[in-house]
Write a protein that binds this ligand. Structure first.
Ligand SMILES: Nc1ncnc2c1ncn2[C@@H]1O[C@H](COP(=O)(O)OP(=O)(O)OP(=O)(O)O)[C@@H](O)[C@H]1O
Length: 309
């Protein structure tokens, strides 16, 4: 089982003075999996990613990366690449020159992929000879990803890689990450975007104030999740409200003039739909107000579940 793990962290604690950034964190990342880190601001995500990249060492606990125990030295473990707090780039160099400089720093024969190849992978071929200081945030993110891909990493670590990406750029980057994972690279990324995490990740770890409050497959999170709020749009809102009020297990969470929101477990929701249809009320839309991941995130990190849309 362990042979399939790219990361095995156990009881990791990291303090900055009096601040406990990570408090006994366990993390397992499967080889070939895309693992999402999510948590409120200050939860410890960047600190944990920094440990994986060898930018800092833990105060306590054990960390094994690609089956090698991590020591006390500050250095990227072999086979690991990525960035935290935005990619480090040379602003006055072009995209191509940035990658050439990084490849030169790593020395000849350091297992690098071709510069043109990685520029193409991240969709920057057309701007390869433009200076990085003219790049948008999304383009810098993509160039940072290209720099990481140069080393053909077996563990890719990315802090909020979707920041600044437009929808097409995001789809492009998702495609790159999915392909890498299919080829066996493990990817660990943080994001505040639940839709990104749901689209990309096979597993997620939810951190709150330095502690793991959930870690595992997204499916497990959905299965474990308690009742969700659902928005219902029907052909007859007044009748729908009456039917919902009389359906066992269904609670009306919000019944403003424009909408009906109910909180219910799935079987009670099924019963409500059957009753609505039986009463001649057409159901035009039925969807969770927030996704299972977002609902779990809000519940496990003690934040109210609200419809923010
Ligand atoms: N170099 C540092 N010096 C002092 N405190 C730090 C340092 N790095 C992180 N911290 C503190 O550690 C805690 C965790 O920070 P971290 O940046 O890991 O959180 P995060 O989950 O990445 O937050 P965000 O979502 O805002 O990026 C915070 O309280 C932060 O202030």
């Amino acid at each position: 089982m362990d042979t399939l793990l790219a990361v095995r962290a156990s009881g990791i604690t990291k303090c900055f003075g009096d601040v406990v950034a990570l408090d006994g964190v366990d993390l397992e990342v499967a080889q070939g999996g895309i693992h999402g880190l999510v948590g409120p601001n200050g939860a410890g995500k960047t600190t944990l990613l920094g440990l994986l990249l060898g930018l800092a060492v833990a105060d306590r606990g054990s960390l094994e990366i690609l089956r090698t125990p991590v020591g006390r030295a500050l250095a990227a473990p072999d086979g690991v690449a990525g960035f935290v707090d935005g990619p480090g780039l040379y602003p006055s160099l072009t995209a191509r020159q940035n990658l050439a400089a990084l490849a030169a720093l790593r020395g000849p024969g350091a297992g690098t992929a071709g510069i043109d190849e990685v520029l193409d992978q991240v969709g920057l071929t057309d701007v390869a000879d433009d200076r990085a200081n003219g790049f948008s945030l999304g383009m810098r993110q993509r160039l940072g990803l290209a720099a990481a891909l140069l080393t053909r990493p077996r563990l890719l670590v990315l802090d909020e890689p979707s920041n600044g990406l437009d929808p097409a750029g995001k789809r492009h980057v998702h495609g790159v990450l999915n392909r890498l994972a299919a080829e066996g690279t493990a990817v660990v990324l943080s994001s505040h975007r639940m839709d990104d995490l749901e689209a990309l990740c096979s597993e997620v770890t939810i951190l709150a104030t330095g502690r793991v409050v959930f870690s595992g497959p997204l499916g497990k999170l959905a299965a474990e999740n308690r009742e969700l709020d659902y928005r219902i749009v029907t052909s007859d809102p007044a009748a729908a409200r009456r039917v919902a009020a009389g359906t066992p297990g269904v609670r009306i969470a919000d019944d403003g003039a424009e909408r009906l929101v109910v909180r219910a477990p799935v079987p009670a929701l099924d019963e409500l739909v059957v009753r609505l249809v039986g009463a001649g009320v057409a159901v035009r839309e039925l969807a969770p107000v927030v996704s299972p991941l977002e609902a779990a995130f809000l519940a496990l990190t003690d934040q109210p579940q609200e419809d923010v849309r």
